[in-house]
Design a protein around this ligand. Sequence first.
Ligand SMILES: NC(=O)c1ccc[n+]([C@@H]2O[C@H](COP(=O)([O-])OP(=O)(O)OC[C@H]3O[C@@H](n4cnc5c(N)ncnc54)[C@H](OP(=O)(O)O)[C@@H]3O)[C@@H](O)[C@H]2O)c1
Length: 274
Amino acid sequence: MALLSESKIAIIGAGKMGETLIGSLLEAKAVSKDDMVATAKHEERVAIISKKYGVRSTTDNRDAVKSADVVILCVKPQAVREVLDEIKNTVAVKQLLISIAASVSTAYWEKHLGKNVPVVRTMPNTPCLIRKGMTAICPGQYASDDHLRRAEDIFKQLGKTIILDEKYMDAATGLSASGPAFIYIVIESMAEGGVKVGLPRAIATELAAQAVFGGASMVLETREHPALLKDGVTTPAGCTIDGIMELEEGGLRVTLIKSVVKATQRASELIENN
Ligand SMILES: NC(=O)c1ccc[n+]([C@@H]2O[C@H](COP(=O)([O-])OP(=O)(O)OC[C@H]3O[C@@H](n4cnc5c(N)ncnc54)[C@H](OP(=O)(O)O)[C@@H]3O)[C@@H](O)[C@H]2O)c1
């Protein structure tokens, strides 16, 4: 396949995540404005995207797909069937179709397209908005290593990427895509603790967020097991162990485990994959 910078990209469904892709690909100069087209359901949204990014935008999905090398589907899972029915006669096997829709399997795309179109399923998360995201990527049965690399080239503009077997994609959704929401609650709650012991709220929020950022960076950069890093903070008879006892009594650990399990279950139910 051609280089990303030489490809024409169609973003179908320029909502929150679609706009993130448009903004990041343009900012990174990975794709030029002239090589990008975006669609949305409503004319108002189309006008906003055109004005903000200077890319051609339309409500006509077929027209957008026609001239693209790579089609990125960014509609909600519930809108996938409608879009599929609209574009299936326009999509060609020489194109690469990338989906960011939760729950929708590559087999579903392939079956409803009715031809051997290379499909790559991805699961980004909202920190992609500031290019600090994580995107899980898996190939459909007609996608080659070149197609996977192309998808990686795109999502690397938004943060990190990881290639997974498709059987892990719902779990990646429950952990990596829902995870930021869980962590916002952790940050908010730690900041409330700071407020309770007298810190101004803005300072408490900054300290809590930086503690999460620093902790996450330690895990990623040292590659130490989180339990060992926790032990390193926990001085005998110090203050951290008293805090940890409260966490254990409150069931934080099991609550977080269950939250990922539930979100994963829900990720497999958003649409019926048949
Ligand atoms: N949000 C997340 O954290 C996240 C993370 C990973 C993956 N995802 C996946 O990303 C996808 C989009 O999520 P989102 O949060 O970006 O949703 P969103 O903000 O609601 O965006 C969806 C976009 O699709 C457009 N649309 C709806 N029907 C359409 C149609 N028939 N043709 C063309 N465009 C159409 C909508 O247009 P209008 O604006 O004109 O209505 C809207 O701009 C979902 O499948 C979700 O599973 C989301």
